[in-house]
Design a protein around this ligand. Structure first.
Ligand code: NAP
Ligand code: HSE
Length: 454
């Protein structure tokens, strides 16, 4: 081993530690302290200075914590931390919109750099926060906000900077991927698996954010901004969760050679940007279709590099801490850099963002899985296929299942080729109007994710 590698550099030892204030001592807060303690020397060698958490806050300061907090002063009033002149970096790991937003803005106003894992905060208030940070010349780093431990922000913002990004499709919520995987593998019950995801620390404080697709939409909003150089536009996207999915849909998808995943898709279209979150059938031969449990994966298609796939743990204490600490190291390394020469918060220079519209869902073109329940008599299928044909909707596959015992309807599964959502809406309402069709038509979107999709 060389001398250089075996000895700590003089710079580490001599330099003053960087003092950090931590807002939140939950799953990620404690994971961050644990990783900072365990890898203290290695991290200092990378950052060039030691990183010390000197103050922290939580709601209940008496609660027993899952990490070593000796030597950290616990402070009830978070404002004292963000205004402490000794603190250079504030790490926000409380979650939610308030008081996180006010505290982050206070920290920025006090000239502190900020690291956060809070995707809800960045997706909704990021434009305001980055403007304030730009004016103060401080950094706001948020790698942990998207896809847990996968360094996807850095990859898109820096590693793929040569490319025109064409589309992104990602499994970016560990909780829902865990639920769908367990439903498929064990035939497990939705509510039971959700409880397990909460116990493992994957779920949000309000798990409806996970289940209803909102957490995925927060993360997708951030990815779209850094990929396309647009402002954060959470409110304009389409969001649909997984609560309505049945084990039957998971099984039928499987039978047809597909896996059911909650995907976040951001795609450049000629007249704007598609920003959509919904359950999606993905061909089982795609690598992303085989991402199971709480793992995340993000497919990014750049015009120069082609499709790239980033895979790793999307939630949990230490995987998320890995991203938080990487941001801390990045901030420490750039403490001496001229603020105007830093990597821009949203990848593109603040005066070079373009305000592309987010397309309404009716203007999105995609393939579909339809499940309908029809009376088992001649001519019904012909009526359904005529409706689709009249609207120019081409069928890829049809599967008719046996009727359940005691029922006189049969489930029919139809896969279509790509069509505009507007036409599919018309087709579904006409099909639901047929006398032989019972109940609502279940619609799940299907994407082939071909390398040449653009
Ligand atoms: P958590 O386990 O619920 O921890 C939140 C912490 O913040 C707790 O220590 C809580 O105090 C404290 N806190 C909450 N509200 C507060 C307030 N008003 N004042 C003072 N302290 C407050 O949450 P988490 O899972 O660590 O998530 C933290 C952030 O990371 C969230 O933005 C989340 O979306 C994000 N994130 C989480 C994961 C993950 O896998 N968990 C992954 C990526 C990103 P008490 O402990 O006293 O209640
Ligand atoms: N609740 C989130 C998830 C945490 O399940 O992916 C990681 O962002």
């Amino acid at each position: 081993m060389s001398r250089l590698a075996s000895k700590p550099t003089a710079r580490d030892v001599a330099a003053e530690p960087v003092r950090v204030g931590l807002l939140g001592l939950g799953t990620v807060g404690c994971g961050t302290i644990t990783v900072l303690c365990r890898n203290r020397e290695e991290i200092a060698r990378r950052a060039g200075r030691r990183i010390d958490v000197i103050q922290a806050t939580a709601r209940d300061l008496k609660k027993k914590r899952a990490c070593p907090i000796d030597g950290i002063e616990l402070v009830a009033d978070a404002e004292k931390i963000v205004r402490n002149p000794k603190i250079e970096i504030v790490v926000e790991l409380m979650g939610g919109y308030e008081p996180a937003r006010s505290l982050v803005l206070s920290a920025i106003a006090a000239g502190k750099h900020v690291v956060t894992a809070n995707k809800a905060l960045i997706a909704l208030h990021g434009n305001e926060i980055f403007r304030a940070a730009q004016a103060q010349g401080v950094m706001v780093a948020f790698e942990a906000a998207v896809a847990g431990g996968i360094p996807i922000i850095k990859a898109i913002r820096e590693g793929l900077a040569a490319n025109r990004i064409e589309w992104i499709a990602g499994i970016i919520n560990g909780t829902t991927n865990y639920i769908l995987s367990e439903m498929r593998d064990r035939g497990a019950d939705f509510a039971e698996v959700l409880k397990e995801a909460q116990r493992l620390g994957y779920a949000e404080a309000d798990p409806s954010f996970d289940v209803d697709g909102v957490d995925t939409a927060h993360k997708l909003t951030i990815l779209a901004a850094i990929a396309f150089g647009i402002p954060l536009k959470f409110k304009d996207g389409y969001v649909e969760g997984i609560a309505h999915l049945t084990r039957a849909d998971v099984a039928y998808a499987e039978e047809l050679g597909y896996r059911l995943k909650l995907l976040g898709i951001a795609r450049r279209a000629p007249n704007g940007v598609e920003l959509r979150v919904h359950p999606t059938l993905v061909p089982e031969r795609r690598l992303i279709a085989n991402v199971d449990g709480a793992m995340n994966a993000v497919l990014v298609k750049g015009d120069a590099v082609g499709p790239t796939l980033f895979y790793g743990a999307g939630a949990g204490a230490e995987p998320t801490a890995s991203a938080v600490v990487a941001d801390l190291v990045d901030v420490v390394r750039t403490l001496t850099t001229d603020p105007t020469n830093r990597v821009p918060h949203l990848a593109f220079q603040p005066d070079a963002l373009v305000d592309l519209p987010i397309l309404p869902m009716t203007d999105v073109r995609t393939s579909y899985y339809l499940r309908l329940h029809a009376e088992d008599r001649p001519g019904v299928l012909a009526d359904v296929t005529r409706i689709l044909g009249d609207l120019g909707i081409s069928i890829e596959a049809i599967l008719q299942k046996e009727s359940a015992q005691g029922e006189n309807t049969v489930p029919i599964i139809i896969l279509t080729h790509p069509v505009m959502e507007q036409s599919m809406n018309t087709a579904i309402s006409r099909i639901e109007g047929l006398a032989a069709i019972r109940g609502r038509v279940v619609r799940i979107r299907l994407e082939h994710l071909h390398a040449d999709w653009h």
